[in-house]
Design a protein around this ligand. Structure first.
Ligand code: 5CA
Length: 440
């Protein structure tokens, strides 16, 4: 992409409404613009990052055996009346009437709808286990939308739902998702700490949230720093026994919250120098709630004995749009964002220091073509602007690598290569510079 052709409106000054780094940088780096409290437009670069996160989530969902669907944002109130949640959900749910006077709502979550979809087509345990998910916009009329996309009113969520014939099978499904979430967040460059949690309006008796460390997080977390080395974050667990063992390990010894847990075990088992007390942002939340929705909505399957039983369900959320903010909270410095390479909006930035110099333009165009061909997805800053502003903008948007080409170096066939995360700069022969980027 050529910056001169890209809608990437950066801002030099800090917007007054932004209290935390991610909100500040998402506005300054032209990723989002606010339309109403907690409601945002995603501009091209923000959308690109959001899509990359969604694609990694999809990839890991496929690996865990889940099927993607797409349910509507607008739901009719009837199913919610049947489950009893229409009244229970409270003023967070946006309700309205269509032209026929039917009560509709903008979905804050989809347990009722997916249960209804399931029951229409699945009647036998032979079709189970099943896990269906979608990535769709939600609306919750939050009392206090704040911190940009971190607590929005309209936000993008991955919500998945598992269906099993009995409690035992459903708990295994829950544990599979639990482990797949660790992998998903790790691929996004994050170590998510799982914590036992309250179930709130979703209901049920087993629930965990996944927290990433950030000073501005809403909950306090205590965890063992050794958790990040646990093999469940990276390795494929091949058997159910291995999976169960990983789940037990990760839920018993590594982490404690103030509200939901006794800290005795944690205090006794974790050496002092590995105890971390921090704040966390919830990027995922999973629930097992058995037959809470299948019973009132009549979603039954026949079991191996030929009896009709209500299906056992769990639901599994990831805050896809919140993750954009969360990842920036975990990856920034005073100059701007520092993208983990997996979700960086572009692989490499190229700064043309002198756009009125024919040799500079030619060298930049050639490098841009090569980088594109090599699959590096470059962003070429070809704007007619002073170098200082270009450097500052490039730091702000945080691409992993920046190649700078100016008339002075070019005379000797040299470019400057900078690593955004380490700040390390080196002069590299123009002919070798892309190889250095690819070598990482
Ligand atoms: N039905 C269940 C699981 S699919 C559910 O709705 N869970 S939830 O309420 O915990 O939401 C799932 C995830 O969505 C949260 O972990 C959080 O990361 C994200 N989320 C929730 N509310 C907001 C919000 N107002 N703004 C941005 N992200 C949010």
């Amino acid at each position: 992409m050529r910056w001169s052709r890209y809608f990437l409106p950066t801002m030099k000054d800090t917007p007054a409404e932004a209290q935390i780094a991610s909100h500040r940088y998402m506005l300054r780096a032209g990723m989002v613009r606010q339309n109403a409290a907690g409601i945002y437009t995603w501009l091209p670069m923000g959308l690109k990052v959001l899509s990359k996160i969604a694609d990694i989530v999809r990839d890991e969902q496929a690996r865990a055996g889940a099927n993607e669907v797409l349910m509507p944002t607008v739901q009719s109130a009837e199913l919610w009346q049947e489950s009893g949640r229409f009244d229970a959900y409270g003023p967070e749910m946006l309700r309205f009437e269509d032209r026929h006077g039917r009560t509709m709502l903008y979905g804050p979550t989809n347990e009722e709808m997916i249960t209804d979809i399931f029951k229409r087509d699945v009647q036998s345990y032979k079709n189970l286990p099943m896990n269906l998910y979608h990535i769709q916009w939600k609306f919750r009329d939050e009392v206090r939308p704040r911190f940009g996309v971190m607590r929005g009113r309209e936000f993008l969520m991955k919500d998945g739902y598992s269906f099993d014939v009995d409690k035992e099978a459903a708990e295994l499904a829950y544990k599979k998702v639990f482990i797949s979430y660790l992998r998903t967040f790790r691929r996004l460059g994050l170590t998510a700490i799982p914590m036992q949690a309250d179930t709130g309006p979703i209901g049920g008796d087993l629930s965990h949230e996944f927290l990433i460390q950030a000073e501005t997080g809403e909950s306090e977390v205590f965890f063992d720093s050794a958790i990040s080395g646990d093999r469940a974050f990276t390795e494929d667990l091949t058997s159910d026994a291995e999976l169960e063992a990983a789940f037990d390990r990760l839920t018993s010894a590594y982490a404690r919250t103030d509200e939901t847990h006794e800290s005795a075990l944690f205090d006794a088992q974790v050496p002092e120098d590995r105890k971390v007390v921090s704040r966390g942002v919830e990027v995922g939340h999973i629930f097992y709630f058995g037959t809470k929705y299948s019973e009132p909505l009549g979603a039954t399957v026949s079991n191996a004995d030929g009896q009709d039983v209500p299906v056992h369900m769990g639901s599994y959320g990831i805050g896809v749009s919140r993750l954009v903010g969360g990842i920036i909270e975990a990856n920034h410095d005073d100059d701007g964002i520092i993208w983990p390479s997996e979700i960086a909006p572009f692989g490499v930035g190229i700064i043309n220091l002198k756009t009125d110099d024919a040799a500079c333009n030619e060298a930049c165009d050639a490098l841009y073509a090569q980088a594109t061909a090599a699959g590096l997805d470059p962003l070429l800053d070809d704007r007619d602007m002073r170098p200082g502003g270009k450097f500052a903008d490039m730091e702000l948007i945080g691409l992993p690598w920046v190649i700078t080409i100016g008339p002075r170096g070019l005379k000797d066939g040299m470019a400057e290569l900078k690593n955004r995360r380490t700040g390390e700069k080196q002069d590299v022969a123009l002919a070798d510079v892309l190889a250095s980027v690819s070598a990482g």
